[in-house]
Design a protein around this ligand. Sequence first.
Ligand code: C2E
Ligand code: MG
Ligand code: MG
Ligand code: MG
Length: 281
Amino acid sequence: QAKSAGRNRLCFFDPATQAAMAERALLEAELRRAVDLQQLELHCQPQVARDGRLMGGELLMRWRHAERGFISPAQFIPLAEQTGLIAPLGEWALQQCCAWLSRWTEDPALAPLTLAVNLSALQLRQKGFLGLMQQQLARSGVPAGRLKIELTESALLEDTEAVIGLMAQLRALGLQFSLDDFGTGYSSLAYLKRLPLTQLKIDQSFVRDLLEEPNARAIARAIIQMGDSLGLEVIAEGVETRAQRDLLAEQGCHAFQGWFYGRPMPIADFEALARTWSGKV
Ligand code: C2E
Ligand code: MG
Ligand code: MG
Ligand code: MG
C-alpha cells in the first residue's frame, strides 16, 4: 500500500501535472472574476416546432476571456462545478433568463416564447434553490411556464429522491423541465416515469449519425415513441441538415434545435430573428 501511495505521489510532482495544475488554478481565479468583469455572456439558440413555429430558445453560456478568447462551456462548466463557482454562475444565468423573459412580456412577438436554461445538478441540490427560484420569479414578474430548466441525467444520480421532490415543487410553480442529452446517461429508464418532466431532448450524437447508422435511427425513433407515450414533448438537438430534420419529423419528433435553424447567437440577435420569424419548416 505504501508503495502505491508513493507512486501516486510521484505522479503528483510530475512537471506536466504541475503545469496543468497551475494552469487550472489560474483559470479558476479568472473564472472567479469573470462575472464581475462581465466576461460571461448568454447566447440563445432557436427551438422550432414541427410546423415551423418558433417556440423559444436555449441559453448557452460563453466566456469571452481577455487573452484566450472564447472558452467553451464544455471546458469551464466542469471547472466551475469542481470549485463551487457554479453556484454564482448558475444564479447569474437564471437571473438573466428571468430578466429577458420579463422584457419579452411587453412584446407580442416575444411574449409567447420559452427560454431554456441549463442547470447543474450541484446547483439544483443547493440549499435554498426553491426559494431562490421563487424570488427570481416574483422579482421579474415572469410567468413560470415560460421558463424551462434543462437537466442531464447525471443531475439525478445523487440524492435522487430529494431532487425529484424539488422538481415536483418547481413544476407546481409552473416551471418546465427538459431532460438534456437523453440516451447518453445510465439511469434514464428507471427514473423516467417518476420525473416531473415536460420535454425529452434527444442527444445530438444520435442525430449526427441518423442518416448513416440504422442503429442511431432506431434509437431516435424509440426515444420519440417513448416520450410521446409518456406525454412528453420530444426535441432533437444538433439538427444540422434538412435531411436530419425531415427524417426526425417523419419519425414523429415534435421539435428541433440546431444549426439548420440557427447557431447560438447574442440574445439581441435572437430577438430580431423572433420578430421577423415567419415559420421555417
Ligand atoms: P447542451 O446543453 O447539450 O448544449 C448543446 C450544445 O450543442 C451546445 O454547445 C451548442 O452550441 C451545441 N450545438 C447546438 N446546435 C448544434 C449543431 O447543430 N451541431 C453541433 N455540432 N453542435 C450544436 P455549447 O454551447 O458548447 O455547450 C456545451 C454544454 O455546456 C451544454 O450542452 C451544457 O451542458 C453546458 N452549458 C452551456 N451553458 C450552460 C449554463 O449556462 N449552465 C450550465 N450548468 N451548463 C451550461
Ligand atoms: Mg442543454
Ligand atoms: Mg444536450
Ligand atoms: Mg451536452
